[in-house]
Structures are given as structure tokens and as C-alpha cells.
Design a protein around this ligand. Structure first.
Ligand code: SAH
Length: 403
């Protein structure tokens, strides 16, 4: 069992966010550290009057020096604690009724599930785990044992190869943690569609699970049936497979990764319906958009799902220019009445700001553009009200006409 080795006293007035159940304590909020905690240790947090506020794990090398696990005075952080939190998260997914047509989904969404720094995704018989913080990294063996017992998977794979670990003083860590390794191409189902996933090397934990609901929405027949679709930032063809299932006539997939596109083509193949005219362009989406503009091509539906453009506050202006350029180019390629599904997964760019960027793009493109539906991350990636940082994916389904 974890025993607190220190007490962190917060500066005057800095206890408010903790009372409001925000799980992060920044270095600037801490007045004093009593004790000699090692990195990753459990610590108590108190206010100026030495009143207990919360219990957290500690990392002096991170700007976020403490991540709160419990607000209950004296609550033990033992196996039973972790089990309660893990089971609560998993039960939340059971009630989403994703099974049996969807076999891959997020089981544990870190802070939003009361488990700061821990991400666990289920892919059929396998679990993929990401330890984003030192506090979780140090408890990895304990968590793996619990996850194996609770979920009874065939194997647990680690994919802690994310940049944020550097801010915690950690390097990448990948590999099999428990049980047996999955095949190089593991088949999952999403809304009844079949996808091959590379759990060892695919992006994130293998698949962009957070886009599931948006793929289903954009892949409705009234949007794509008989239509031409330009699927930019296609990865392994998530949006393309849905569009093909709804009988789009032509689907052009663009991604810088030739490997991802090869997987996209296999995914189109294996779902086995009448094939659309499907094309795969390994290259830069901006260049492909300019090429089609210069050629005078037009599409009925465009999907824009770029990677994160803003990694820190310094990047926000530049990221907005990138999003504006992309959307400006895409809007001008759409036929009158065409659909644009556009996304940003930059947590630092709010839905409001993204909407303003889109407004700028539409005005400059000279297109009357309607938001038909604001979009966000799938239901298995919940957003804690006390932790707005957990809302990172935003998007809009739009229709557009020349002015
Ligand atoms: N829509 C996909 C997920 C896209 S993730 C799905 O539903 O699964 C973003 C993708 O953009 C990654 O596959 C990455 O390889 C690709 N990418 C990054 N920069 C790019 C660029 N400049 N042009 C084209 N693709 C790019």
C-alpha cells in the first residue's frame, strides 16, 4: 500500500481549484513541501490552515507537481482503491452498449475517469496501456496485475511512446507487459465494420478510436451515397470504410504515411461490398488540395482530420493559420451544397476559436457555410466537467455554397 511521504501546503487562494476537484496542482501553487518525497510518491495536499484537501502522486520534475487521486480524508491508495476506479471506468463503458458491433474502445480515459495519467484501450482480446506520468509509470506492475485480473485479456501491450512523457522526465516505453502478443495485424470491429490494426506500431494505441461517432455520422447514406469523397489525413481509412459501406462512388484517400494507406486499402478490401473507385495518394494534404484546385476538380464531401497542430501555447497562432489554410482550400473544392467534416484535435484550441478560424476561411473562400452539427470525441472518451482539459477533439459538419 502507498503511504504518503510528504505534505504539500498550497499558497493562499490556490486551494480553490482543488476544492472544485480539478486534479492538477501546478508548481506555482505550492508554498511548502514538508517531508522528503521521492518522485512518484503519494503526498497529502493541505491549505494554509493545514486543512486536508486531497491526496495525490508527486513529481517534482513536472510543472504539474501533483496529480490528485482522492479528495476523501484518509482514503487508502491501495489495490482496492485502484480496483474501484478501474471498475467504475469499465462499467461506464459497458453502459454505452458498444459491444458486440464495436470491439475496440477506450476503457480508461485518464483524469476524466479519476485515474490521472492512465489510458487503457480495449482492442478485442487485448488491452493497450499508456502510462503518461511518472506516478502511473511507477505503479505500472500493480496496475497491470489488476487489469489482467479484472479484464482477463489475452495480452496487455504498452504504448507509452508519447511526447508528454518527456515533461515528466520519462522516455518512451513500449512492449508486451502481460500475456501474449497480438498478431501484427489484429482485426477489430467498429459499428460492424472490420479494421486491421497494428497494436505495436500504429498511431496512438493503434486506431483513432475517438473519431468513431464522427465516422458513423459522416458515413450516412444521405451524405455519401453516390458521392465523391476526399478523405484527407486518411490514416488506415476510418472515414473511407464507412463511406464505402454507404456506397460512395469515389473515395480519394490522402496521407503522408504510405503504410497507413496500404492498411486503408486492405480495410476497404476486407469489408467486401461493391467497391467504390478508391484512390490512395501518399503525400501532403495541403499540396494535394492545391493540386486539385489548380486542376479545377470538385468533390461532394471532404473530410479534414489533421494531426494536432498546437502542441504548446506558443503554437496557437501558427496552428490557426494552418487550420484556416486547410479549410479555405477545402471549402473552395466543394460542389454547391457539398459537405465538409472538419476537425481539430488540438486541446489548446477551443471549439469557439476553431469556429472563428472556420469563419475566416469561409469568408475568404467566398462560401456561404452552415454548421449542421458541432462534433466532438466519442462517448468512450468522456469529458470531466471538473477537468475541461479532457475535451480536445472538436469539429463541425458543415454544408457550403458559393455566396
Ligand atoms: N481520419 C483518421 C485519423 C487521422 S490522424 C481516422 O479516422 O482513422 C492524422 C493523420 O494525418 C495521420 O495518419 C498522419 O499520418 C497524417 N498526416 C500528418 N501530416 C500530414 C500531412 N501534412 N498530409 C497528409 N497527411 C498527414
Amino acid at each position: 500500500m502507498d503511504i504518503p511521504t510528504a505534505t504539500l501546503t498550497l499558497k493562499k487562494g490556490r486551494h480553490k481549484p482543488v476544492l472544485n476537484r480539478h486534479p492538477w496542482v501546478f508548481s506555482g501553487a505550492i508554498q511548502a513541501v514538508e517531508g522528503e518525497p521521492s518522485p512518484g510518491d503519494l503526498v497529502n495536499i493541505t491549505d494554509q490552515g493545514h486543512n486536508f484537501l486531497a491526496r495525490a502522486y508527486y513529481n517534482p520534475h513536472s510543472q504539474i507537481q501533483a496529480r490528485i487521486l482522492s479528495w476523501a480524508a484518509g482514503e487508502a491508495v491501495d489495490d482496492a482503491f485502484w480496483r474501484r476506479r478501474i471498475e467504475r471506468a469499465i462499467n461506464g463503458r459497458v453502459t454505452l452498449a458498444l459491444q458486440p458491433h464495436t470491439t475496440a474502445y477506450r476503457l480508461i480515459n485518464a483524469e476524466a475517469d479519476g485515474l490521472p495519467g492512465l489510458v487503457v484501450d480495449q482492442y478485442g482480446d487485448y488491452l493497450v496501456m499508456q502510462c503518461l506520468t511518472l506516478g502511473i509509470d511507477r505503479r505500472k506492475a500493480q496496475l497491470v496485475t489488476l487489469l489482467a485480473d479484472i479484464c482477463q485479456p489475452r495480452g496487455i501491450i504498452e504504448r507509452s511512446d508519447v511526447d508528454v512523457r518527456r515533461k515528466e522526465g520519462l522516455t518512451s516505453s513500449d512492449g508486451l507487459l502481460w500475456g501474449e502478443a497480438p498478431p501484427a495485424e489484429y482485426l477489430i470491429q467498429e459499428n460492424g465494420l472490420i479494421f486491421g490494426v497494428d497494436l505495436a506500431q500504429g498511431h496512438k494505441t493503434g486506431f483513432y478510436l475517438d473519431q468513431r461517432d464522427n465516422r458513423a455520422l459522416v458515413g450516412q447514406p444521405h451524405i455519401v451515397a453516390g458521392q465523391t469523397v476526399l478523405n484527407l489525413f486518411a490514416y488506415t481509412g476510418g472515414f473511407a470504410v464507412y463511406a464505402a459501406a454507404a456506397q460512395a462512388s469515389r473515395i480519394v484517400n490522402v496521407d503522408t504515411s504510405a503504410d497507413a494507406l496500404a492498411q486503408a486499402e486492405r480495410n476497404i478490401d476486407r469489408n467486401g461490398w461493391q467497391r467504390p473507385q478508391d484512390e490512395y495518394l501518399a503525400g501532403d494534404a495541403f499540396e494535394v488540395l492545391r493540386y486539385y484546385r489548380d486542376e479545377g476538380s470538385r468533390f461532394d464531401v471532404i473530410v479534414l482530420d489533421p494531426p494536432k497542430f498546437a502542441h504548446s501555447r506558443r503554437d496557437i497562432d501558427q496552428a490557426c493559420r494552418g487550420y484556416k489554410d486547410l479549410n479555405w482550400l477545402a471549402l473552395r473544392l466543394l460542389r454547391p451544397g457539398g459537405w465538409l467534416a472538419t476537425f481539430s484535435c488540438s486541446g489548446l484550441i477551443s471549439a469557439d476559436l476553431f469556429q472563428k478560424v472556420l469563419f475566416g476561411a469561409a469568408v475568404d473562400a467566398g462560401r456561404h457555410t452552415q454548421i449542421i452539427r458541432p462534433l466532438g470525441q466519442a462517448a468512450d472518451h468522456p469529458i470531466a466537467l471538473t477537468f475541461p482539459e479532457s475535451a480536445y477533439l472538436k469539429g463541425f459538419l458543415c454544408r457550403t455554397w458559393p455566396w
